[in-house]
Design a protein around this ligand. Structure first.
Ligand SMILES: [Zn+2]
Ligand SMILES: [Zn+2]
Length: 428
């Protein structure tokens, strides 16, 4: 079955139901999201949660969970597990005893491939990992309070949940060559967001102050260009007025650097929606293909290549335009895109908006391996989405084994400006 609940919706459902469960007597810190949601997968079939409590309390907690106001009906119920329907999708609660919490957390976080590989390794080491517990071959249980305990028992380094796809992470953990993954704390700025000048909900001043509260050193305001496929767009005639507004905000807010950017549409012939004279007035140019025009992968690749070779284009946003839970996106010649991006000094984006999460983990990993600079952007359309969508972006990047030094916006504002200036100088 194709996972249908997008990460954004699953994450909201999980946090609201966890909050309700805590109020209903679960206590703090005892219920966490597991499954695809914890691995930042783009979509999930249901929301899976793990509660940790002594076995004697499981029946009572299953009852309390089944009675939460959000629950419409009970799909299945066992002594240590209950699956319920809610208006926003099915939710499964698993319960584990504290002595086995670590093994249960790994078990229910998955993926299946990762767990199967751990099981095979356990067998070689003469232990058994099954049903959320780890035990001697004789059946005597081994204590496994944390996930670290489980990986220690299997003689492995800790594997971050985002890497648990059965895609080489266990070999890497065994050989001590796991990546030093990007984390939220590495992000120094956000180079992709919208204001009321296009389809954003908040003013530039509000976006800047929200970004300051997130501790960023810099941001870029990147509204949609005039003919973009978007409900509201920025007219070429308004670019200077927008710059004036940014200058006014800059004068009041010295604590954060504000770049005047744009998310310019890539037109059907691969040209850009603003001409070079207009584009040259922006500090940073993101280019995006919002309207595929019914073109096949070959023609879409050509459109992208033309944009990538444009000296004023610095970042290609959400390159595949996949829709989590619905479509896999364009059938692009990804090798060609990466080669051109690397060659021209153009970054490819990991867009953290739940409707994008693009590049996804696998393609991000391929891009980084090809030497392409990655940009992680929130694509926030309101102050409330900036932080949350950056977290999704970082989670998606971690799925792609991305390290901080591969990411443009882990660098200083001066280094970001130098990245832009290098391409402009080369193209001149
Ligand atoms: Zn876009
Ligand atoms: Zn955008």
């Amino acid at each position: 079955m194709r996972p249908r609940i997008p990460l954004g919706r699953a994450s909201l459902l999980a946090s609201s139901i966890i909050r309700d469960a805590r109020r209903a007597g679960f206590g703090t810190g005892t219920v966490t999201a597991v499954g695809r949601l914890r691995r930042f997968a783009p979509a999930t079939c249901d929301v899976a949660l793990l509660g940790v409590a002594p076995a004697g309390r499981h029946a009572q907690l299953v009852d309390a969970f089944a009675r939460l106001p959000i629950v419409i009906s009970i799909i299945a119920r066992e002594p240590s597990r209950v699956r319920v329907e809610t208006p926003r999708g099915p939710v499964t609660l698993h319960l584990a005893d504290p002595d086995h919490a670590g093994a249960a957390l790994v078990w229910h976080t998955g993926s299946r491939a990762h767990v199967a590989q751990l099981q095979a390794r356990a067998e070689r080491l003469g232990v058994r990992f099954a049903d959320g517990r780890i035990a001697h071959a004789s059946g005597a249980p081994l204590s496994c309070v944390t996930e670290q305990d489980l990986y220690d028992l299997l003689d492995l380094r800790f594997v971050a949940p985002e890497l648990r796809d059965g895609d080489g992470e266990i070999e890497a953990a065994g050989e001590g060559r796991l990546p030093r993954l990007l984390s939220d704390l590495d992000i120094r700025g956000d180079l992709h967001m919208h204001s009321t000048w296009s389809d954003g909900r908040d003013t530039i001043a509000d976006m800047v102050s929200a970004a300051r509260q997130l501790g960023y050193e810099y941001i870029a305001i990147t509204d949609h260009s005039e003919r973009a496929w978007s409900s509201r767009t920025l007219r070429a005639a308004d670019v200077d007025r927008q710059r004036d507004e940014i200058d006014a905000v800059r004068a009041k807010t010295r604590a954060i650097e504000v770049l005047h950017g744009v998310e310019v549409d890539i037109m059907h012939d691969g040209s850009l929606d603003f001409d070079d004279e207009v584009l040259g007035r922006f500090d940073i140019v993101l280019a995006s293909l919002h309207d595929h025009g019914g073109h096949d992968g070959r023609r879409l690749t050509e459109r992208y290549l033309r944009a990538i070779h444009h000296p004023l284009v610095n970042v290609i946003t959400h390159p595949t335009n996949r829709v989590p839970g619905q479509s896999d996106g364009y059938a692009l010649d990804f090798e060609a895109l990466c080669a051109a991006a690397e060659d021209t000094g153009t970054a490819l984006e990991i867009d953290g908006a739940p409707g994008h999460l693009d590049l996804d983990g696998i393609l991000a990993r391929r891009a980084a391996a090809a030497g392409v600079t990655i940009e992680v952007g929130s694509d926030g359309h309101g102050v409330d989405t900036l932080g949350r969508q950056m977290q999704f972006g970082v989670g998606t990047a971690r799925r792609g084994w991305i390290e901080p030094q591969q990411v443009l916006n882990t660098r200083s504002a001066a280094d970001v400006r130098a990245f832009i200036a290098r391409k402009r100088a080369r193209g001149a």
